[in-house]
Write a protein that binds this ligand. Structure first.
Ligand SMILES: [Zn+2]
Length: 228
């Protein structure tokens, strides 16, 4: 244990780093060292919104080595347009599928998403990159005023749209069609503490507490769900 931060210290981040090293690491040292010795073999790529209220490790109960995470504003997937530009999310998807051979890709949006609201209301004039980025939501927008119900529906529609974009990535489509990769659409409702998972057969999101599966992408072979 390290002593509490002295009252004059205002460097909270430093104190948290010291606390991790002193308190958490000793309890999990072997796990971290195994992950270094054997390398990482996460089975899941988690594409989530950057929102601070979305905590993938809490939702999934995952620990070190279990989730390969790509986060961005809105949990969006850029179109695979062959440009091979400087795109972090695209590179992350390629890394996860081609090098880590993940078995699942989760796209996780959430309630009260600032990205979705901004897609309706517009980003600040100076935020040119953000304005461009949020065009990836355009196809999910509804021709209505962004009331709470419309925002929630749009958040869910966006998740499905991103799953569809994932299928335009040749390596994703190939692995899904070969049955080696599953896509999962999630919508996390912060105030309920529950993820609603996309069910392709119902064409809707179902609370995880009432679901028989952890979400299905639009293109997972249907016969597989029927047998689950
Ligand atoms: Zn968000």
């Amino acid at each position: 244990m390290i002593p509490p931060a002295p009252p004059e210290s205002s460097d909270e981040l430093l104190h948290r780093l010291q606390r991790f090293h002193a308190d958490y690491f000793p309890l999990h040292q072997q796990r971290f060292q195994d992950l270094v010795a054997q390398g990482q073999h996460p089975k899941t790529l988690f594409i989530g919104c950057s929102d601070s209220r979305l905590v993938p490790y809490l939702l999934t109960g995952a620990g070190p080595g279990e989730l390969f995470i790509v986060r961005n504003v809105g949990a969006l997937v850029p179109p695979f347009d062959g440009s091979h530009g400087l795109h972090g999310t695209m590179a992350g998807i390629e890394f996860a599928v081609l090098m880590l051979h993940v078995k699942s890709i989760i796209v996780c949006g959430h309630s009260h998403c600032g990205a979705i609201r901004t897609a309706y209301e517009g980003a600040p004039e100076e935020a040119k990159a953000l304005q461009n980025w949020l065009r990836l939501v355009d196809e999910a927008l509804l021709p209505v005023q962004p009331c709470p119900e419309a925002l929630l529906r749009t958040e869910q529609r966006s998740v499905v749209l991103q799953l569809e974009r994932l299928m335009d990535y040749p390596m994703v489509r190939r692995e899904v069609e070969a049955g080696r990769l599953k896509l999962h659409g999630w919508h996390y409702v912060i105030e309920e503490g529950e993820v609603h998972v996309f069910d392709v057969q119902r064409g809707d999101f179902v609370p995880a507490s009432r679901s028989t599966h952890s979400g299905t992408g639009p293109f997972t072979p249907h016969v597989e769900h029927l047998n689950e």
